[in-house]
Ligand binder design. Structure first.
Ligand code: OGA
Ligand code: NI
Length: 361
């Protein structure tokens, strides 16, 4: 009970990052200033690498078995080496991607009062928000967001979705359906690549009862971008994320060893990354890789992160087939509800969460 109570309200008044940005300040408030070792320039940026770009055409349309296998192999390599890849010819219509991104940009450009109607609380996080975690005095990210649940249907509350722009609810439905379909296809590919039955991952996630939720990120222009981050380094807690990045400005960085790699979005591509739950089920053959967002002083940035998650009350544990004497289970079983509660209290930071699930053997 006590745990639930502390999730009912924020520990201090919420300041919209957008309001700070619009106020024309030249100096960043202390709450956004990172320790020097957490600042964007501290860790070297690799300019020679980019996350793999994979064309799904051969899987979705073509019948050439050799091409198909080559694509599966590329995805397998990307999952093992990066935990991240971009996909093109993924089946989500580019016009739909453009219009939903524009729609959310328009939402964030509404007057503050119009958005405040949707102000969220840490009880469910649904709505208009500006922080994750309820630790008083914690450092804050330079971003606002809108969070909504799509699946399971029982968790969906359309009354909490914006009514302006007018087409919002309709477009969110359309985009969600398309992304959930793509996730279903990717779950099969990942299962087969892991040597599991094609429906293993989907079943482990609850079959038709999977979870899906959308977080729209809004990164306003920042007066001192070198001192702060749009999102702290984290791995995504859920199953798999489909990110629709801004078409105009980059900002997402993915960890590769001792470096950060800036993702350069290519036109009409979606970015796929694996979350902690797939790391657990794959018994660490696949990793959920740390990523963060940097901001800039010239352009705002909008991105849509779609999280595809296990049903909340199922125990998630390494697939039996991937556990052997030589490769014992690396994680103990936990439900996604338990895991998420932990993260919603503490905020997202690095990979400490999934590491803390590790068995001590
Ligand atoms: C996220 C995330 C990256 C981005 O929302 O979890 O990592 O580019 N977003 O906005
Ligand atoms: Ni993320």
């Amino acid at each position: 009970m006590k745990m639930m109570n502390c999730l009912q309200s924020w520990p201090e008044p919420i300041v919209r990052v957008q309001s700070l940005s619009d106020s024309g300040i030249h100096v960043l408030p202390d709450r956004y200033i990172r320790h020097p070792s957490d600042r964007p320039s501290f860790t070297p940026i690799s300019t020679h690498a980019n996350i793999p770009v994979i064309d799904l055409h051969s899987l979705l349309a073509a019948r050439d078995a050799r091409l198909r296998q080559a694509t599966l192999d590329r995805i397998s390599g990307a999952c093992r080496e990066w935990g991240f890849f971009q996909v093109v010819n993924h089946g989500v219509r580019p016009e739909l991607m453009k219009s939903i991104r524009q729609l959310w940009r328009d939402f964030f450009h509404l007057p503050l009062e119009a958005k405040q109607v949707y102000a969220n609380s840490p009880a469910t996080y649904e709505g208009y928000g500006s922080r994750l975690g309820v630790e008083k005095g914690a450092k804050l990210d330079w971003s606002d967001y809108f969070f909504l649940n799509y699946l399971p249907e029982s968790a969906r509350d359309e009354n909490k979705w914006p009514t302006t722009p007018e087409s919002c609810r309709e477009l969110v439905h359309e985009y969600s359906k398309a992304v959930v379909e793509l996730c279903g296809i990717l779950m099969k590919i990942l299962s087969v690549n892991l040597g599991l039955e094609g429906d293993h991952l989907q079943n482990a996630f609850g079959g038709d009862d999977v979870g899906a939720c959308l977080r729209v990120n809004y990164y306003p222009k920042c007066p001192q971008p070198d001192l702060t981050l749009g999102i702290s380094p984290h791995s995504d807690p859920g199953g798999m994320t489909i990110l629709l990045p801004d078409d105009d400005v980059s900002g997402l960085q993915v960890r590769k060893g001792e470096h950060w790699v800036t993702v350069e979005p290519i036109p009409d591509a979606l970015i796929v990354n694996l979350g902690d739950q797939i790391q657990v089920i794959s018994n660490a053959i696949y990793k959920s890789v740390e990523h963060r967002v940097i901001v800039n002083s010239i352009k705002e940035r909008v991105s849509l992160a779609y999280f595809y998650n296990p049903k909340g009350d199922l125990l998630i544990e390494p697939a039996k087939k991937l556990v052997s004497k030589d490769r014992p289970a690396s994680y103990s079983a936990m439900t996604f509800d338990q895991y998420r509660l932990f993260i919603r209290q503490s905020g997202l930071w690095g990979k400490s969460q999934v590491e803390s699930l590790k068995c001590s053997q």
